[in-house]
Design a protein around this ligand. Structure first.
Ligand code: IMP
Length: 198
């Protein structure tokens, strides 16, 4: 059985990847479970750079196949901000109620057709023998005119999915994972791992 480290401290992400890889002969460990405490500085300008940097640095410490993800929200009207700075937008510790209210205010008079946005997720894999693979996916939507729903996290309450006719924060975890940027990217990564581990 192959041990894979998933370079995150987020338990929700570990649950999601573990469920997606359940039918493969792999064991997924969080950084905590692997006893790794280092912090990787996310100073790249793209999701792909940040994800690969995290995966490679943790792989070098663990000596094991390591996956890492980087994700964020691109709002077209704001020139794709906050993008790679999504968690740092207005300060890392600022509550999302405040961040979301600020975005709604910036887009106050913007018509629906100019409110397009997407969540992007990039997943990188760094293998101990030097192989590197990555993949990316998105969920397209619009920034709504209000904050709605109490599920999910981050920018979910202001992100309206036309496909579902609901805000992401109104969806259950299963409904969101089925259509989300991260769910889709993780399923792509599963296919990559099947190729690379055979
Ligand atoms: P990270 O890739 O986990 O560091 O996520 C970066 C940031 O992007 C998060 O802190 C959130 O601000 C935002 N983000 C990423 N994915 C989602 C999502 O599914 N819902 C809401 N916000 C998200």
């Amino acid at each position: 059985m192959e041990t894979i480290i998933f370079a995150t401290k987020n338990k929700g992400k570990i649950r999601e990847i573990t469920a997606i890889l359940a039918d493969m002969d792999v064991k997924v460990l969080s950084m905590e479970e692997a006893g790794i405490t280092i912090d990787v500085v996310e100073d790249g300008t793209t999701f792909a750079e940040n994800a690969m940097k995290k995966a490679e640095e943790i792989m070098k410490v663990s000596g094991k196949l390591t996956l890492a993800d980087d994700s964020g929200l691109e709002i077209d009207y704001l020139d794709k901000a906050p993008g790679v700075y999504s968690s740092r937008f207005m300060g890392e510790d600022t509550p999302y109620t405040v961040k979301n209210a600020a975005i709604l205010e910036k887009l106050k008079d913007v018509p629906e057709e100019k409110r397009t946005a997407r969540f992007v997720s990039c997943i990188a894999a760094a293998f101990p023998d030097g192989r590197k693979r990555s993949c990316q996916d998105t969920i397209e939507g619009i920034i709504g005119y209000e904050s709605k729903g109490s599920n999910g996290f981050g920018y979910d309450p202001i992100f309206f999915s036309p496909e579902k006719g609901k805000y992401l924060a109104e969806l259950s975890a299963e409904e969101k994972n089925a259509i989300s940027h991260r769910g889709k990217a993780l399923r792509k990564m599963k296919e990559i791992l099947k190729e690379e581990l055979c």
